[in-house]
Design a protein around this ligand. Structure first.
Ligand code: SF4
Length: 417
């Protein structure tokens, strides 16, 4: 069954838990050149070739098992509409490995003609002499990705201020990032996104203005923003303990976020999700699957999947993940990695709280089509309360956060749980 011939999944009239068609794949690449000062994601700095080969073998094995077991569990894997290499630093991989995984996924599941294949990339993988992947020139590296099928790159730019990049222990300079983005564009990558952070120590609104000026001169059609969370055990956690005055407070961070939003709107980006901005048609297809609460496959250590109404998360250790994937009694559909069996009640809540992240909100007709009840009837009390306080807007078509509600999204969402 080819999903491109059908309505989007989230429009299909079936109960949430019964939806068993999946056409998105996430691959977790747990390797980085080095650790950034704020990061507590599962990633290994400077992995050697043996470990990377073991991971690559494990991914191929897991994909094969997903294909075999899907059938046994009544899950239909449609030709893939999206593949997303996230990490970690997927661009740390040799391009042959990226090509091998895409080709294998295509053999197993098929790819739709317009499959969106995203590679999260750090600029130093393309530009600079820092353990550059493949030891090839940047243009050749990107050309190989394009040949492999990558058509979307999400760059970890984070800041346009070199001192903030150094403080965050990023491995690139602004100049290198600009060059890397231009090389990707010249190589024919049609969709380019950059990540920007707010709330970094010593960061000011002027830094945001400078980031906006940088974005304005780059060939990018998507921007994701991330507010810094200081995680325990990271260098920033220790830095904050010693110099709390260096970290912007909530008001300062809110100002930065507002400035970023205003500036991106002025540049023609649409604010389509709480932290994401895109030119028309350049929204992240893969991430929309998450916000629509649609199912997706996932492979790799620490990767989370959602299939047939079950959320699973792989072990966040390469050794445990490998042994689990190879265990005939476990594998990608094993009980050991079940995080949650989503019943209809939870499914309704998920559709609501994930949909509220989108600026267009939750479509009432789609909600009814999916869950056989109007969301305004189901969540009448919560919606009425936040309408009165001005944080939610409810029309005949949709329920969405108001412009003032965007700053209090967490508060609103919590009320639906
Ligand atoms: S590159 Fe990304 S995943 Fe790797 S350490 Fe830095 S923030 Fe974390």
């Amino acid at each position: 069954m080819n999903l491109t011939d059908h309505e989007p999944l989230w429009m299909m009239p079936s109960t949430y838990a019964a939806r068993r068609i999946v056409s998105s794949l996430y691959i977790h690449v747990p390797f980085c050149h080095s650790k950034c000062a704020y990061c507590d994601f599962f990633s290994i700095a400077g992995a050697d070739d043996d470990l990377i080969d073991a991971w690559h073998g494990g991914i191929r094995y897991e994909l094969q098992r997903i294909g075999e077991e899907a059938e046994c569990h009544g899950v239909v894997i449609a030709p893939l509409e999206t593949i997303y290499f996230g990490g970690g630093t997927p661009s740390f991989l040799d391009s042959d490995i990226i090509e091998s995984i895409i080709t294998y996924a295509k053999t197993l599941f098929g790819l739709s003609d317009c499959c969106d294949i995203t590679l999260e990339t750090n600029p130093e993988s393309i530009v600079g002499n820092l353990t550059c992947v493949d030891n090839k020139h940047g243009e050749e590296v990107v050309d190989r990705w394009v040949e492999a099928g990558v058509n979307r790159i999400s760059f970890g730019l984070q800041s346009a201020n070199d001192s903030l990049l150094r403080l965050s222990q990023r491995r690139h300079t602004l100049e290198q990032a600009i060059e890397a983005v231009n090389i990707a564009s010249d190589a024919g990558i049609r969709d380019i996104s950059v990540d920007l952070m707010t709330g970094l120590p010593t960061q000011t609104v002027e830094d945001i203005d400078y980031a906006l000026q940088t974005v304005a001169q780059l060939p990018v059609n998507h921007v994701s923003s991330y507010a810094l969370t200081v995680e325990k055990g990271t260098p920033f956690h220790r830095f904050q303990a010693e110099h709390p005055e260096c970290f912007p407070d909530d008001d300062a961070e809110r100002l930065m976020n507002r400035r970023l939003t205003e500036g991106l709107l002025e540049l023609g980006f649409a604010h389509y999700e709480l932290s994401n901005y895109a030119f028309p048609g350049a929204e992240s297809k893969h991430n929309l699957v998450y916000w629509h609460a649609d199912p997706y496959l996932a492979a790799g250590p620490a990767a989370a999947s959602y299939m047939g109404g079950i959320r699973r998360c792989n072990h966040d250790s390469i050794e445990r993940w490998l042994s689990n994937v190879r265990d005939a009694a476990q594998g990608p559909y094993g009980q050991a990695i079940v995080e949650e069996v989503v019943d209809e009640k939870s499914a309704r809540i998920e559709t609501m709280i994930l949909g509220l992240r989108l600026l267009r909100g939750v479509s009432r007709s789609c909600f009814k089509c999916r869950h056989e009840i109007d969301c305004v009837e189901l969540f009448g009390e919560e919606i009425a309360h936040f309408e009165e306080t001005g944080l939610l807007e409810c029309t005949e078509d949709a329920v969405r956060l108001s412009s003032s509600g965007l700053d209090f999204a967490d508060l609103v969402v919590r009320a639906f749980l």
